[in-house]
Design a binder for this molecule. Structure first.
Ligand SMILES: Cc1cc2nc3c(=O)[nH]c(=O)nc-3n(C[C@H](O)[C@H](O)[C@H](O)COP(=O)(O)OP(=O)(O)OC[C@H]3O[C@@H](n4cnc5c(N)ncnc54)[C@H](O)[C@@H]3O)c2cc1C
Length: 413
């Protein structure tokens, strides 16, 4: 039998006593779990507000969650004042994204056209427009003929009117998330990919020990920005976070050669069009069109396989009905990602109840991309100062779910 030499023995003792584990622990003032657009924006805003000692842990790569699957839509046409305010602040940020971060967002303000096809929807759009105008948004109601003048490719049947906001639009999700992440890194933030958080231990002194697939991390402050996985991450610290993951598709057409689109006055400023009732939406993406629609029968879950049956039976016929020109347009590919829906379609933002130093920014219910600039600023203020200038913050706390649902965001797509 060979005798172990002294150094091997010391190493063995270190391992079994956990000494190595202790000295290997990496620490930061703030630890963010998830490098989607939310985590990246918070990291950027923390650094901008003076705290660069931030680590972001990402189980895959930057933007690999819902963010890379999203349609990039940015609208201010909501029913809830707080959501309108988040959007208006974010639109301002998106319009000077490059000046702010040094990176491009490819933000195109082609407007959002919301269509009403039922009397109830027309009433809701009217109420929304009144509220949005009171908050200073330039938005207008359109008659059916004004809608058709704007988008002649629409089948007129059943269209009762619409609302249009020209400063709405869309940006490129890949550019935005990487813009935030790069700007954060340039200010000293560390973003560590391929590192999944698998457990969190809250110590008596308030430190959070975070176990990952690539070692231990420790911080007095952790932020849950895990998107559709905010629930499982919350469970690691005993929090019940009602975020429901549900699948959404995007279908991408072949390059558009059809004269109906190509030669129309609107092609260069083609807006995002949303049928308020069904949730059917369509917009231009370079030389193609992209579209989707929620499936009310979709079950909660993490599955992101393409549901071609849903396309064949529901979405395909519906897009051909509303835009007859689609009869002659091929579909090039499809992708599916996850929404993180809450019972009231309102995000969860702020301090977690009962545990100091735990913050939540999740449950965006399909609005996380568009609200990421404002959410980043607000969360950074809360983490660094314990308060924020955003007047509506209490509406977003997790505790609201202990009471019956009071208000909901009705402009949910
Ligand atoms: C088809 C579709 C269309 C959409 N369209 C729009 C739109 O037009 N406009 C809009 O505003 N929003 C839209 N959304 C919603 C939008 O994509 C999300 O609200 C937004 O991307 C949320 O960003 P996030 O950073 O919070 O989450 P994510 O982008 O999901 O980021 C969370 C990150 O956390 C990581 N993570 C999870 N668990 C762990 C763990 N245990 N350890 C480490 N890392 C972990 C994930 O890998 C992921 O990268 C759409 C969504 C879909 C699916």
């Amino acid at each position: 039998m060979t005798r172990p030499n002294a150094s091997i023995l010391v190493e063995y003792l270190c391992r079994i006593t956990g000494f190595y584990a202790e000295i290997d622990v990496k620490t930061a003032s703030v630890l963010i779990i998830g490098a989607g657009v939310t985590g990246s924006s918070i990291a950027y805003h923390l650094a901008k507000q003076g705290c660069s000692d931030v680590i972001v842990l990402e189980k895959n790569y930057i933007g690999s969650g819902s963010t890379e699957k999203c349609a990039g839509g940015i609208r201010q046409q909501f029913s809830l004042e707080a959501d309108i305010r988040l959007s208006m602040e974010s639109v301002e940020f998106f319009s000077c994204f490059e000046d702010e971060t040094g990176h491009q967002a490819d933000f195109r303000q082609n407007g959002y056209l919301m269509l009403a096809t039922t009397g109830d929807d027309m009433i809701t759009l009217r109420q929304n427009v009144e509220l949005q105008r009171n908050l200073g948004l330039e938005v207008g109601l359109l008659s059916p003929s004004e809608v058709l003048e704007m988008v002649p490719q629409l089948r007129p049947d059943g269209i009762l009117g619409g609302s249009f906001c020209k400063s709405d639009g869309y940006a490129d999700p890949y550019s935005v998330v990487n813009g935030f992440a790069s700007a954060a890194r340039e200010r000293g933030v560390k973003i560590i990919e391929d590192t999944e958080v698998v457990g969190i231990d809250v110590k008596k002194d308030g430190m959070k020990e975070v176990m990952t697939t690539a070692g231990k991390y420790s911080s007095p402050v952790i932020v849950n920005t895990a998107g559709p996985y905010a629930g499982p991450v919350g469970k690691m610290i005993g929090l019940d976070i009602p975020v429901r993951p549900s699948k959404r598709h995007i279908f991408i057409t072949e390059t558009i050669h059809h004269t109906e689109f190509f030669e129309s006055h609107i092609w260069n400023k083609f807006p995002m069009i949303v049928d308020f009732h069904s949730g059917l939406w369509l917009r231009r993406e370079g030389p193609c069109l992209i579209f989707g629609r929620r499936n009310p029968e979709e079950h909660e879950g993490f599955d992101t396989s393409i549901d071609w049956e849903y396309f064949t039976n529901v979405l395909g016929p519906e897009i051909c009905y509303r835009f007859p020109v689609f009869e002659n347009i091929g579909i090039m590919r499809a992708q599916a990602g996850l929404h993180s829906d809450t019972p009231d379609n309102i995000a969860i933002l702020g301090k977690a109840p009962g545990i100091d130093g735990v913050y939540l920014a999740c449950g965006f219910s399909g609005h996380g991309f568009m609200h990421s600039p404002a959410v980043g600023r607000i969360m950074a203020e809360l983490i660094l100062n314990g308060k924020t200038s955003f007047q509506d913050i209490d509406l977003f706390n997790l505790e609201r779910f202990e009471k019956p649902v009071r208000i909901t965001e009705r402009s949910f797509i």
